[in-house]
Design a protein around this ligand. Structure first.
Ligand code: ATP
Length: 238
C-alpha cells in the first residue's frame, strides 16, 4: 500500500506584512519519498521552507508531521520532532571547527553524539580529514556537506534542503547529488528546493511547481520532467 504521510501542508498562507507571499499551499511528502519543489526566483520556496521549520510564522494553514500539528511550535521543538532544515546559504559557523559545527547539530540531543559524529565522518570522509579546520576555510561544496551533516546529527524524520547546489561547480554538484541519492537509498524522506531542476527531478519521486505563491503543477518527477510547457518555464536553469 501507500507509504504513510510524513509531512502534510494544508492551505498554508504566509507573507511579510500585509501582502501574502504564499496563497494557500497544499503539499504532502510520504515516508521515504524525495519530493522536489521547483519554481522561479521569488516564487516563495524559501518562505515555505522557513515556515515549515518554524523560522517564519505563517498567517494560517496546517503543518503536520506524522499527523501531529507543528504550526506555532518553536523552531527548536520542530527539530526535536524530526523536521530539519538545511537552509539556503548553508550557514555554517565559519569561526568554529568542522567538528564543532557537526556537534552543534546534536544541540539538545547529546546522547551518543560522538557515535553520530563518527557516522557523519564515514558518510563524508572529507569532513573527517578537515575536522580541526575552521569551517570558513572549507570549499563551498565541503560547506554544503557540512551543513547536511549538521542537519543529519539531529536524526531527522524529514530533511528539508533549500538550494543545496547554489554557487557550486558542476563537478561538486554531481558529488552533492550522489550524496543525496545515498540518503534516498537509505530511506531518508527529503523535500528539496533546487534551481538544478533536471538533477532534482532525476533524484525525486514527485515534484511540485510553485509560481507566485501557488502550486501550479504537481506529479511524478517523470511527469513534470516530460511536460514541455513546464520544461520551458522552469527547467531552463541547467
Ligand atoms: P529565491 O530562489 O530567490 O530565494 P524563493 O522562491 O525562495 O526565491 P522567497 O525567498 O520565498 O522566494 O521570496 C518570495 C517573496 O517574498 C519575494 O517577493 C521576496 O522578495 C519576498 N520576501 C522574502 N523574504 C522577505 C522578507 N524577509 N521581507 C520581505 N519580503 C520578503
Amino acid at each position: 500500500g501507500m507509504a504513510e504521510e510524513m509531512l502534510g501542508v494544508g492551505s498554508l498562507v504566509a507573507g511579510y506584512g500585509a501582502e501574502p507571499v504564499l496563497h494557500g499551499i497544499d503539499l504532502q511528502v510520504r515516508e521515504g519519498e524525495v519530493v522536489a519543489l521547483l519554481g522561479a526566483n521569488g516564487a516563495g520556496k524559501s518562505t515555505l521552507m522557513r515556515s515549515l521549520a518554524g523560522l517564519h510564522r505563517p498567517v494560517q494553514g496546517g503543518i503536520h508531521l506524522q499527523g501531529h500539528e507543528l504550526g506555532g511550535l518553536a523552531a527548536e521543538l520542530i527539530v526535536r520532532r524530526g523536521l530539519v532544515l538545511v537552509p539556503e546559504g548553508r550557514q555554517v559557523f565559519p569561526e568554529l571547527s568542522v567538528l564543532d559545527n557537526i556537534r552543534l547539530g546534536a544541540f539538545r540531543q547529546p546522547q551518543d553524539r560522538e557515535a553520530r559524529v563518527e557516522e557523519m565522518f564515514a558518510r563524508f570522509p572529507r569532513l573527517r580529514e578537515r575536522q580541526q579546520q575552521r569551517a570558513g576555510l572549507l570549499s563551498g561544496g565541503e560547506q554544503q556537506m557540512l551543513a547536511i551533516a549538521r542537519g543529519l546529527m539531529a536524526r531527522p524524520r524529514i530533511l528539508l534542503l533549500d538550494e543545496p547546489s547554489l554557487g557550486l561547480a558542476p563537478k561538486v554538484i554531481a558529488e552533492l547529488f550522489a550524496a543525496l541519492d545515498g540518503l534516498r537509498a537509505e530511506g531518508m524522506t527529503i523535500l528539496l528546493v533546487d534551481q538544478m531542476a533536471s538533477l532534482a527531478l532525476a533524484l525525486a519521486d514527485r515534484a511540485y511547481v510553485i509560481e507566485g505563491g501557488r502550486i501550479v503543477a504537481q506529479g511524478t518527477a517523470a511527469q513534470i520532467a516530460g511536460d514541455d510547457a513546464l520544461a520551458r518555464a522552469y527547467l531552463g536553469a541547467d
